[in-house]
Design a protein around this ligand. Structure first.
Ligand SMILES: Cc1cc2nc3c(=O)[nH]c(=O)nc-3n(C[C@H](O)[C@H](O)[C@H](O)COP(=O)(O)OP(=O)(O)OC[C@H]3O[C@@H](n4cnc5c(N)ncnc54)[C@H](O)[C@@H]3O)c2cc1C
Length: 464
């Protein structure tokens, strides 16, 4: 892993695989709000994914007016435009680890933030009429391994003991038979189902969601420059920052890096600290016997080593009923080691795509039926995530620097973290003492970036 973490992180690559969500790029995909890059800005945001969009929106709401955003490729062409479409916390999976490392109160705070994030994203889409197939729904975790099932039940019990009556600890536990009869799983599969959990989650088209947020920002005056990579960051003695881009330089009083898995390219001190990990997702046509509207909206399938995650495209969406499934990291050579450290989302690992292609008839067994005559896979693509040594995001002002802020490294889990982390970041940036107390009441202090956290060694992904 040391060697993979040491691979120099590149800029986002040209000509990435085209994700299902970007089959029709939005009208703002190549937008430049002004012909030339402005010479200066009060705040310069690098990155136009959900983090960049949410930071811009919050700053604009707080009255900041002069905001420029740089995006290396098309708008929202990073992980947010290429993910699995899940808003699913599965907080029980990390609860015991967080409890051990940070105490019960912090573990509970993290679980609450994750659920609050999911609800806030769907509520925002609803309130602002963002057309992104927002679909709050029940998710199901299907467990194919005895040891894992024992662990899961223990974790859920611990959460429910620690957080009685809390919405974030509500899980329904299902036996193997119920998983088969109610959720259409497993019968005929080659691994037995041990049991499962169901709980509140959702699905959405994250690309359309973030684009919708960007459009609201553009209406409020955001100056967006796509296809404009930030090449170099220079701290000025007089204060502020100079950023060299492919289209000239720009000076900014404050900088925000919303660059997730690519952060180490912009700021070398993050090399080996935020490690890129390439993820794969496929969109597949359901088997002919799969019920059109009786699956849960979202599933994860857990086996001994790894997991896959799947949503069904909701009613009324384009390709309604399609199954969007990602994961299969452990099915690649050396359990996916070569997917770490790479920023190459221009290619696919065929072993992983094949594993995903083969997985659904196994997971649904006799309920799958014949394949669709047009074939299973409609589309397959990759995207780059950002992982940190302790499995937590980095949010705040970079230690030792002034006016350089980050909200990054979401462990493949950004749709349940980015929104609230962006909100927290903008509170920190405005530094109003009366807001700090309120922030501490919901924002996990362990997400704040510290020198100590930046000295940890990356060993691989902790969260699964
Ligand atoms: C394949 C895959 C599947 C996933 N599935 C899920 C899921 O189902 N649920 C979930 O919760 N999470 C999922 N995630 C994770 C989630 O998508 C991310 O955590 C989240 O989108 C991160 O958002 P972001 O805005 O912080 O980063 P990104 O969306 O990656 O945005 C960063 C942006 O910065 C730009 N950039 C970087 N460097 C520069 C530079 N130097 N100059 C200019 N621009 C730059 C990039 O081009 C990019 O657009 C998945 C991720 C991947 C890759």
């Amino acid at each position: 892993m040391d060697e993979r973490a040491a691979i120099p992180v590149t800029l986002p690559r040209d000509n990435p695989t085209r994700s299902y969500w970007q089959l029709e790029p939005d009208e703002i995909a190549d937008m430049r709000s002004t012909d030339s890059l402005p010479e200066k800005a009060e705040v310069l945001i690098i990155g136009s994914g959900i983090t960049g969009a949410a930071v811009a929106f919050n700053l604009l709401e707080r009255g900041t007016r002069d905001i420029v955003m740089l995006e290396a490729r098309q708008a929202c062409s990073g992980a947010t435009g290429r993910n699995g479409g899940h808003t699913k916390a599965a907080s029980y999976l990390s609860f015991l680890m967080h409890e051990k490392q940070h105490g019960t109160a912090m573990a509970a705070k993290i679980a609450r933030l994750e659920l609050a994030n999911i609800r806030a994203v769907h509520a925002f889409a609803r309130e602002h009429g963002i057309d992104c197939d927002s679909h709050p729904c029940t998710t199901v975790d299907v467990v194919y391994n005895a040891e894992r099932w024992e662990f899961d039940q223990r974790a859920v019990e611990a959460m429910q003991d620690a957080m009685p009556g809390d919405d974030a600890s509500v899980y329904a536990v299902h036996g193997a038979e119920e998983m088969r009869s109610k959720f259409f799983c497993g019968s005929g599969g080659d691994e037995g189902v041990y049991g499962g959990l169901s709980y509140e989650a959702g699905s959405l088209n994250s690309y359309k969601f973030a684009i919708g947020v960007l459009k609201l920002c553009l209406e409020k005056g955001l100056n967006l420059h796509t296809n404009t990579p930030a090449l170099n960051l220079e701290k000025l003695e007089s204060g502020g920052w100079k950023v060299k881009t492919s289209r000239g330089s720009i000076y900014a009083q404050k900088m925000v890096l919303a660059t997730n898995g690519y952060t180490a390219n912009t700021l070398k001190s993050f090399q080996g600290i935020i490690v890129p990990l390439r993820g794969h997702v496929t969109a597949q046509r359901p088997g002919l016997s799969i019920p059109k509207d009786r699956l849960a909206g979202s599933y994860s399938f857990f086996s001994e080593k790894g997991y896959d995650y799947m949503i069904q495209r909701p009613k009324g969406s384009k390709f309604e009923g399609d199954l969007v499934i990602g994961g299969a990291l452990s099915k690649a050579v050396a359990e996916g080691l070569e997917e770490y450290g790479t920023t190459d989302d221009t290619t696919l690992n065929e072993d992983i795509v094949k594993a995903l292609e083969d997985s659904l008839p196994r997971y649904f067994g006799d309920n799958w039926g014949e394949d669709n005559p047009d074939g299973r896979i409609r589309n397959a693509w990759t995207g780059i995530m950002g992982y940190s040594p302790d499995g937590l995001p980095f949010v705040g002002e970079v230690p030792g620097e002034k006016d350089l802020w980050v909200s990054t490294s979401f462990q493949g889990h950004g749709m349940v973290l980015c929104w609230m982390c962006a909100r927290a970041l903008t509170v920190m940036m405005n530094s109003r003492p009366e807001e700090d107390e309120e922030l501490n009441s919901w924002f996990p202090e362990v997400y704040r970036i510290t020198e100590e956290r930046m000295r940890l060694t990356f060993r691989g992904r902790l969260r699964n």
